[in-house]
Design a protein around this ligand. Structure first.
Ligand SMILES: *Cc1c(COP(=O)(O)O)cnc(C)c1O
Length: 359
């Protein structure tokens, strides 16, 4: 099979060794005679997979015992609703940073349930910057502060955890979880859809601090209720068992690579190379302020008239899914944990060659 590098923003590429492992395991998981897809989620065999995955996740993200790790159906967007529902039994006000397309989507969903105030916004810059701390309006009476750690569409990433004081900090880490070290104890809640850095679509991971349980509004759907899900091992309903199993394989792969510390080093190197190549070129450009550029999603532009040709030739060269999000256009290379440095090198070589021929 010809080597293809998949730069999709999500669902995104898996480590090839994980795909090979899925293929080998598929018909009969460890001589059980059945596949993971066909197992009872309450049986002993899946129970082992479930617990190992939870333990590996806890170890990789350094989660102390007073954090619960939940594996829930519905991806990240389900949490856009679950978070305000679960955290506002006694406080009707929540606060959000507005730093890009995914922040806006999270805000719009929260507004269906509670009153949302904006901590700070970078919309005036078309989301090419992040608002500086002296512009943040932190309201100590709010139930929480929410921010999107990496804006997958705009290519903007918080390089440090925002300091918001004592108020619970909630973060959407869908597109950068396990790509860099974080100090988990600064967060009340972290969540992520699995299909970028954690495996395949349909699964959402929620890491929630003990003291934030028991705050759900009465109307919170049972499947979205963090307290019930924590009490029942994320099995209030039948969880997406296959996605959970794939997550387990991805976590084993992360461990084999040397954990988050090693992965982060590679991510820094990959992103630096690609941004350097864009900045050095006369054809390509990236609009994001350098200090807040995303290590995971690299949007770039070239003259509109060349774009179709670029994509067609890139595809022929085995570099696929480089179109930007439909809402913003342009091009985008997503270089998550599973993208090897050789993939980034191949993209840069193609871009330079294309520039020489067209530029
Ligand atoms: C992809 C993404 C989502 C949406 O994830 P779904 O699993 O499709 O709900 C939310 N937030 C961010 C930052 C994302 O990158």
């Amino acid at each position: 099979m010809k080597r293809i590098y998949n730069f999709s923003a999500g669902p995104s590429m898996l480590p090839p060794s994980v795909v090979a492992r899925i293929q080998a395991d598929l018909p009969s998981w460890r001589s059980t005679g059945i596949s993971v897809m066909e197992m009872s989620h309450r049986g002993a065999v899946f129970g082992e997979i479930a617990e190992k995955t939870r333990a590996d996740f806890r170890a990789l993200i350094n989660a102390p015992d007073h954090y619960h790790i939940l594996f829930l159906a519905g991806g990240a967007r389900a949490q856009f609703a679950a978070i305000p529902l679960n955290l506002t039994a006694t406080k009707n006000k929540v606060t959000y940073f507005n730093t890009g397309a995914w922040s806006k989507a999270a805000i719009a969903e929260a507004e269906r349930y509670v009153s949302v105030e904006i901590v700070a916004s970078s919309e005036a810059s078309s989301f090419t910057t992040l608002p500086p701390p002296d512009q943040w309006r932190i309201d100590p009476d709010a139930a929480y502060v929410h921010y999107t750690a990496n804006e997958t569409i705009d290519g903007v990433e918080f390089q440090d955890t925002p300091d918001v004081g004592a108020i619970p900090l909630v973060s959407d880490m869908s597109s950068n979880i396990l790509s860099r070290s974080i100090e988990l104890e600064r967060f009340g809640l972290i969540y992520a859809g699995a299909q970028k850095n954690l495996g395949i679509a349909g699964l959402g991971v929620v890491i929630v601090r003990d003291d934030l349980l028991g705050r759900a509004r009465a109307e919170t759907p049972a499947v979205l209720n963090y307290t019930s899900q924590a009490q029942q091992g994320s099995m209030v309903n039948t969880p997406p068992v296959f996605a959970w199993y794939v997550l387990g394989l991805v976590l084993e792969w992360v461990k084999e690579q040397g954990g988050v510390v090693e992965i982060e080093k590679r991510n820094i190197a990959k992103a630096r190379k690609l941004y350097d190549a864009i900045d050095a070129s006369a054809l390509y450009s990236n609009p994001v302020e350098k200090s807040v550029r995303s290590r995971m999603n690299v949007p770039f532009r070239l003259p509109e008239a060349l774009q179709e040709r670029f994509l067609t030739e890139a595809q022929a060269a085995g570099l696929v899914n480089l179109e930007g999000h439909r809402s913003v256009g342009g091009l985008r290379a997503s270089i998550y944990n599973a993208m090897p440095e050789e993939g980034v090198d191949a993209l840069i070589a193609f871009m330079q060659d294309f520039e020489k021929r067209r530029g």
